[in-house]
Design a protein around this ligand. Structure first.
Ligand code: GTP
Ligand code: MG
Length: 355
């Protein structure tokens, strides 16, 4: 009996050791998977920003050569690079003013020393307004309404976001409140299928506010974490369409007084300064709480993200770096700046500056 008990003890201690080992391995695998995911995400971002890097960062690196003297001609050259990279006159003027102050105060004379300074200035701009980001916790169902002009990427972004949220373990419902354009809800349905999330829709021409109401009602009944409402593309000067957005919000408030919790304005980065104009007009008439910048992969005008963050103090929440479902990334200012500035030139400049 005693022998049997000893044997049992041995087996159970071996089992415990094995399960400890398995837990350890599982943890190692999950850390490795999440590290790989992070690396892949960064690589996609880096690739997506290639054209903007060529247009902005490589030109900056070319001007801020180690040993080059800091003089008026250099400062004007930097100014021109920033403006032509779609950072906008207002934001460029602010960056140049900081550059001048720094040069004067610290008596800098080596151009390479400005490279890192400009990178930090840009990071500071991108970090503005981020303390206003609302938490989704204890706020079920969180209501996100997505607005913007035609073709900027509203529907596509909702599809990609649905997958992001689902991957985070959230239950999502999407509402096809673009009842205006033919085939709009079918397009959203394809995305919903890809992300494997339910969609609430009505026939073309139905009242968008009724679709939004149904979606929120279904989310409450199903105890869903969040809903996203797709809306028809509209111009800020079309009063009927703008009133429609207001009506969607008003109707949803009957079910959840604080709805919509977020209004995301989608802007197409390839339109450069036009995107700034759209943001100006939309923020006048709609309570925009966050921005989604799409199509950064196809453009050298990615500098517009910096201009928009500076002018509107509304946080950029997501950026689109490709057409695939995984290509909408949560915007992280530090990651964005690192991906943008990571060039061969930047390393040689930093090395030279350190010497
Ligand atoms: N390359 C690239 N293409 C994108 C991105 N986001 C959206 N697109 C493309 O932009 C086009 C328009 O996207 P939609 O999502 O239909 O735009 P929308 O704002 O819903 O358009 P309307 O409903 O007509 O107002 C599609 O061909 C998308 O594939 C992106 O980040 N990168
Ligand atoms: Mg659409």
């Amino acid at each position: 009996m005693a022998l049997f008990d000893k044997f049992k003890e041995k087996v159970s201690s071996a089992k415990e050791k094995m399960s400890d080992k398995m837990a350890e391995t599982r943890e190692k695998v999950s850390t490795a998977v999440s590290n790989t995911k992070e690396k892949l995400k960064f690589t996609r971002l880096r690739e997506g920003l290639t054209k903007t890097r060529t247009n902005l960062v490589n030109r900056l690196a070319g001007a801020l050569l180690p040993g080059r003297k800091i003089d008026e001609a250099l400062i004007q050259e930097i100014e021109e690079i920033l403006i032509t990279a779609d950072i906008g006159v207002k934001t460029t003027t602010a960056i140049i003013a900081s550059v001048r102050t720094r040069v004067r105060k610290e008596g800098l004379d080596n151009a390479a020393e400005l490279y890192d300074f400009i990178k930090q200035e840009i990071l500071g701009i991108l970090q503005q307004g981020r303390d206003k980001i609302k938490s989704m916790a204890d706020n079920k169902p969180f209501v996100i309404m997505v607005v913007g002009v035609n073709g900027v990427g509203k529907t596509t972004s909702i599809g990609k976001l649905a997958l992001n949220f689902k991957d985070d373990g959230k239950s999502v419902l999407i509402g096809a409140a673009d009842t205006f354009r033919a085939a709009a809800s079918e397009q959203l349905e394809v995305w919903a299928e890809r992300a494997d999330v339910p969609i609430i829709k009505q026939k073309q021409g139905a009242d968008p506010a009724a679709v939004a109401f149904d979606t929120l009602q279904a989310a409450i009944a199903r105890d869903a974490d969040l809903i996203m409402i797709d809306t028809a593309g509209r111009l800020h000067n079309k009063t009927g369409l703008m009133a429609e957005l207001e009506k969607i919000s008003r109707v949803m408030k009957k079910l959840k007084p604080e709805a919509p919790d977020e209004v995301f304005l989608v802007l197409d980065a390839t339109t450069g300064q036009n995107a700034i104009q759209q943001a100006k007009e939309f923020t006048k008439v709609a309570p925009v709480t966050g921005l989604i910048l799409t199509k950064l992969d196809g453009t050298a005008k990615g500098g517009v993200v910096i201009a928009i963050a500076n002018e509107f103090k509304i946080p950029v929440r997501y950026i689109g770096v490709g057409e695939k479902i995984g290509d909408l990334q949560e915007f992280d200012p530090a990651e964005f700046v690192n991906a943008l500035f990571e060039t061969e030139e930047s390393h040689s400049n930093a090395d030279a500056a350190a010497q």
